[in-house]
Design a protein. Structure first.
Length: 600
């Protein structure tokens, strides 16, 4: 996805813009560019490909104010002409989002004599601002934005004036010392400041070195709150690991520990959340729950369904956010949206749809102040710290951590869990971070298994009940970073179709930890073995039976059946990582994917 940075201060802008853009590389992009005002004119430099290509052509630029962009092509091919910034007269614009009525606006502007050189929707915006510009940049930007349908986060440079605005696409203002910043994501500017102000929809900021002034679309000044970001720069760097993904896999014990910290008392068997505005008494009135999410967050939500239904008896529907918009929400349902970034456009649109039915809403998210957190009734933070690798790993574990706590809280409120079971589960959940560390210590063994299957074209992941969402997540991880075709299946479904694909060339990874459906999964393993598929099982360390049925075995520490998915998934993440490494894939930035998907 595209990234935006902006700077106005006392230092040379170009090196800061380039450094900040590099910190957004993980989001995925195909071209980049910067515009810097040197006191006389705006100089624009852009290049196709990596930021290092742009750096090669950059001259010495003394200006202290500028904007920069990494583009992920939507309208128009990924090339130098379509790269941002786009200019018109003395105006330069960078833009994230999609201008839906761009063709209509483009025709109008062409009719007024404006000449277009790119295929992008953003160029429309540059010409529109220029069209309205009469010495006041804020006025011109407001007039231009009033004509636009769609989503935008923009930074506009005109001489020594720098203006930012947003609607449905994230943007933050970084507050420094005699210098201020604009960024689409916090990691871009973390090196320079940890004080940020989140721009809300239909707000603008005029950014000078000493002061940032905020306006609404009527140009009325508005007050904003400064937020202190508690991540440090190290959290957004690789710290000696070859990839962010590997670092983040290793950060999972810490991430889960932080998610649980201060929220549980295993002695009393109680759970509390800082901002959850739902009392135990209100829980008893919840008729059903809709969980809405995309991708990995959806897989966490699917495990959430099993947990809520098992622990609290409340019926749960899990919806893919991009489909939920077209479904019918039951008024009175509790809606839980899960989004690591808090900015996923599909999830946001589904949340807005659900709210029209009068549903109460909770967000499970990792980004304080993100758009979704500002539109729900309450938010539960995952506290994972920044996740840079496109493949979600530590945030998945923390999403699960929150879901376990919430399901237990609801179960207790509804009187479905005995105090003893509650206390035992809380003791067990607190042990999970240390048990994950044991798995990480054994990663060389997992690596060997991964290397054996890395040359395969197709791999199946199977599991039942609590392990079924883990099979889906294992397959998603593998396909996105190693480009091996992978399918996750409820093990019982194989015989209804996919078994036709099983052969000696299709390895099967079976999540076969002890529990209610263990015997059935063993039968499913026998089914695929009968078709000569090589099988690797993930099983309990105390399981003495399974070894005889499988070709490879990876053991995980013993825990309660419902908690074991948090251990099995770590094994699957490592398998994906090492398989991708053997295949020489760009692990942190898989092709065609972006960390935060802010377009529908
Ligand atoms: O930020 P979100 O949790 O809303 O993102 C949803 C998906 O785009 C995301 O989980 C995606 O599937 C993962 N990056 C895949 O590893």
């Amino acid at each position: 996805m595209c990234g935006i940075v902006g700077y106005n201060g006392h230092r040379r802008a170009a090196p800061i813009l380039i450094d900040s853009l590099k910190r957004l590389e993980y989001r995925g992009y195909d071209s980049s560019g910067i515009a810097v005002y040197d006191g006389k004119a705006i100089e624009v430099w852009k290049e196709k490909g990596k930021i290092s290509e742009l750096e090669k052509i950059l001259p010495d630029m003394p200006g202290t104010i500028g904007i920069g962009h990494t583009r992920w092509a939507t309208h128009g091919r990924p090339n130098k002409v379509n790269a941002h910034p786009h200019t018109s007269g003395g105006i330069a614009v960078v833009h994230n989002g999609i201008i839906e009525n761009y063709q209509e606006l483009r025709d109008k502007l062409v009719g007024s004599g404006f000449v277009f050189i790119s295929e992008t929707d953003t160029e429309v915006l540059a010409h529109l601002v220029n069209h309205y510009y009469k010495n006041d940049l804020i006025d011109a930007v407001i007039s231009a934005l009033n004509e636009i349908k769609g989503s935008y986060a923009i930074a506009v440079l005109c001489g020594s004036q720098l203006v930012a605005a947003r609607k449905d696409s994230p943007l933050v203002i970084g507050i420094g010392n005699e210098e201020n910043f604009i960024a689409s994501d916090i990691p871009a500017i973390l090196k320079y400041t940890r004080k940020v102000i989140f721009l809300d929809d239909l707000e603008l900021a005029s950014v000078s070195p000493d002061v940032v002034t905020f306006f609404n679309m009527k140009k009325e000044p508005i007050d904003k709150t400064i937020n202190q970001i508690d991540w440090n720069l190290e959290a957004a760097e690789r710290s000696g690991y070859e990839h962010f993904m590997l670092k983040e896999i290793h950060e999972q014990p810490r991430s889960l520990h932080e998610t649980l910290a201060g929220r549980i008392s295993e002695l009393e068997g109680t759970i509390s959340f800082e901002n959850l505005n739902i009392t135990e008494a209100q829980v008893t009135d919840i008729p059903r729950i809709s969980i809405i999410a995309c991708g990995t967050s959806y897989n966490a939500g699917l495990l959430g369904k099993y947990l809520f239904e098992h622990l609290s008896g409340i019926h749960v529907d899990v919806e893919i956010a991009s489909e939920f918009r077209y479904a019918h929400s039951a008024p009175g349902s509790l809606v839980i949206v899960i989004s690591q970034s808090g900015e996923t456009a599909d999830t946001l649109a589904a949340l807005r749809e659900a709210k029209t039915f009068g549903c109460r809403s909770i967000a499970i998210t990792n980004v304080m102040g993100s758009t979704i957190t500002r539109e729900v009734d309450s938010s539960i933070y995952m506290r994972s710290g920044p996740e840079i690798g496109v493949a979600a790993t530590k945030t998945f574990i923390s999403q699960l951590g929150v879901l376990y706590l919430l399901a237990l809280y609801f179960g207790k409120s509804k009187g479905k869990i005995s105090s003893d079971r509650m206390k035992r589960l809380l003791v067990s959940i607190k042990q999970i971070p240390a048990q994950i560390t044991l798995i990480l210590n054994d990663k060389e063994q997992i690596k060997k298994h991964a290397e054996k299957i890395a040359a395969s074209n197709d791999i199946f992941f199977i599991g039942r009940t609590f392990n079924y969402p883990i099979a889906l997540e294992g397959a998603l991880k593998l396909k996105e970073i190693s480009y091996i075709h992978a399918e996750g299946y409820a093990a019982g479904e194989l015989k209804h179709g996919p078994l036709a694909l099983i052969s000696k060339n299709t390895p099967v990874i079976a999540i076969a930890t002890k529990g209610l459906t263990y015997d059935k999964v063993v039968n499913n393993i026998k089914e695929v073995k009968a078709r000569e598929a090589p099988v690797i099982a993930i099983a309990d360390e105390k399981d003495n039976e399974i070894e005889r049925y499988v070709d490879g075995l990876i053991r995980v520490p013993s825990t309660d059946e419902i908690l074991s998915p948090m251990l099995s998934i770590v094994v699957l993440q490592l398998i994906s990582y090492y398989a991708a490494k053997v295949r020489n894939c760009p692990i942190d930035q898989p092709r065609n994917l972006a960390k935060s998907v802010t377009v529908e």
